[in-house]
Design a protein around this ligand. Structure first.
Ligand code: PLP
Length: 450
């Protein structure tokens, strides 16, 4: 591994001396220093401006430094900065009221957390206590966070370093037609076989031992896997048959990312619990939570809920969620996402797929797309192996470097690049980003073998 460059600013030097970064070998990294950001762009310390196709960690849905959101945070900071969860507070009540209003069905109560992992962690706890059962089923291609329960629930390799993990998690295969675990060749076949596989998994695990099935409504980091029509409805039916709690993890898919408030709205499915974070306030202040059905809330009507967080429902975070929801409504951000997806993003990516032999598949919904890179369209061999790092990941690193050289900040995971820009990205910015992506893919074409 080549040594990282010598830090060029005091900030970069202090970062390398004292900041311990997530998911990283500390001696092998040299994090880019961001000095300012606005709308769909951010600037690094050397003055370079990047168009952001990653929304940081797919969370800056409203774009950077939205003036009305910044003002709402300033106003709340003047008014009241902190109260414990045991008190009632105006911004928390209003955030909960608005989120309950947006959520489907009778999901009318909100438990606030500081982020996504605490949301999935608490959703699993609620499901276990509500059902009196202990197992939770999740898919292999999933990420649910990095605390003890959430990382156990996670199916992807980020789980490996924390094993052995908490007992009671069972992984199964979800639908993914391009690399079908069920040898399916149509969406309908994939849907039917994936549901049968889930039924079989439940049968052999024992339905009466299963508290919950937790799914990312649209799988995020693990590939932007949009469920085929009928799949989520099928999961809902299976849960109802066996008294299993259906948890939708919408930490990434919710709040505009899929062109909906909640991604389940696309399929008209009502889960029992919805986990949210990221887009609820675009990470301007850490916030997440669980929206809870009437039946599960009733379990804790006369029995204390055994969970809590010092900053649950933090007034500053909740005020920013209230303002963000208002801005989304006033600026028609969901409609904007659907419009730009339809007129620019999807057709643009489809045209790119035609031009580049390295593109195996383009898929997605809203402002959440994946471009899957392959060595061969024929065999679908991934551009880099599953979980590749170091030299094995070189083709994807070269592609990412070409994007950055062109002024685009890409999101790259294994053999895919995800197009996940802020939901406020204009049609023109989207076109510019796609042009840079288009020319960067030429670098990956060089690795194609057929
Ligand atoms: N669930 C999903 C679907 C996510 O994408 C993430 C984060 O990427 C999480 C949970 C964990 O959220 P956090 O990093 O805020 O704990």
């Amino acid at each position: 591994t080549p040594s990282p460059p010598v830090p060029s600013t005091p900030t970069a030097a202090a970062d390398r001396a004292h900041v311990f970064h997530s998911w990283s070998a500390q001696a092998q990294i040299s994090p880019a220093e961001i000095t300012r950001a606005r709308g769909s762009h951010f600037w690094t310390a050397d003055g370079t401006r990047y168009l952001d196709f990653s929304s940081q960690l797919v969370n800056v849905n409203i774009g950077y430094q939205h003036p009305r959101l910044v003002a709402a945070i300033q106003e709340q900071a003047e008014k009241l900065l902190t109260v414990s969860p045991a008190f009632a507070n105006e911004s928390r009540s209003e955030a909960a009221r608005l989120i309950a209003e947006l959520a489907p069905g009778d999901l009318d109560a909100v438990f606030f957390t500081n982020g996504g992992a605490e949301a999935t962690e608490n959703a699993m706890r609620m499901a276990r206590l509500h059902t009196g059962r202990h197992k939770v089923l999740t898919t292999y291609r999933s990420y649910h966070g990095a605390t003890a329960g959430a990382i156990a629930a996670t199916g992807d390799p980020r789980r490996w370093g924390s094993e052995p993990s908490i007992p009671g998690i069972v992984h199964f295969w979800g639908p993914y037609l391009y690399r079908s675990a069920f040898h399916a060749s149509t969406e309908a076949e994939e849907c039917e076989r994936a549901l049968q596989h889930l039924r079989d998994t439940i049968m052999v695990e024992g339905p009466a031992t299963i508290a919950a099935i937790m799914l990312e409504t649209v799988v995020g980091t693990n590939g932007v896997l949009v469920p085929p029509d009928g799949y989520l409805e099928g999961v809902r039916r299976i849960c109802d048959e066996h008294g299993i709690v259906f948890i939708a993890d919408e930490v990434m898919a919710g709040f505009g990312r899929c062109g909906e408030w909640f991604a389940v709205d696309r399929w008209d499915v009502t889960p029992d619990l919805i986990c949210f974070a990221k887009g609820v306030n675009s990470g301007y202040v850490p916030l997440g939570g669980v929206v809870i059905s009437a039946a599960i809330a009733a379990t804790f009507a006369d029995r204390p809920y055994p969970g809590g967080l010092t900053y649950s429902g933090h007034p500053l975070a909740c005020a920013s969620a209230v303002a963000s929801i208002g801005i989304f409504r006033d600026e028609g951000i969901l409609e904007h996402v659907r419009g730009v997806e339809e007129t620019v993003l999807r057709p643009g990516l489809e045209a790119i797929a035609e031009r580049h032999p390295c593109v195996g598949e383009v898929r997605g919904v809203g402002f959440m797309y994946a471009v899957e890179l392959v060595r061969s369209r024929e065999t679908r061999e991934p551009m880099v192996p599953f979980n590749a790092s170091g030299a094995a990941a070189a083709p994807m690193n070269e592609f990412a470097a070409a994007c950055r050289k062109g002024g685009l900040w890409p999101f790259v995971h294994f053999n895919r690049t995800h197009v996940v820009p802020p939901c406020t990205t204009t049609a023109d910015e989207m076109r510019q980003g796609l042009e840079i992506l288009d020319s960067a893919l030429t670098v990956a074409d060089a690795h194609v073998t057929d």
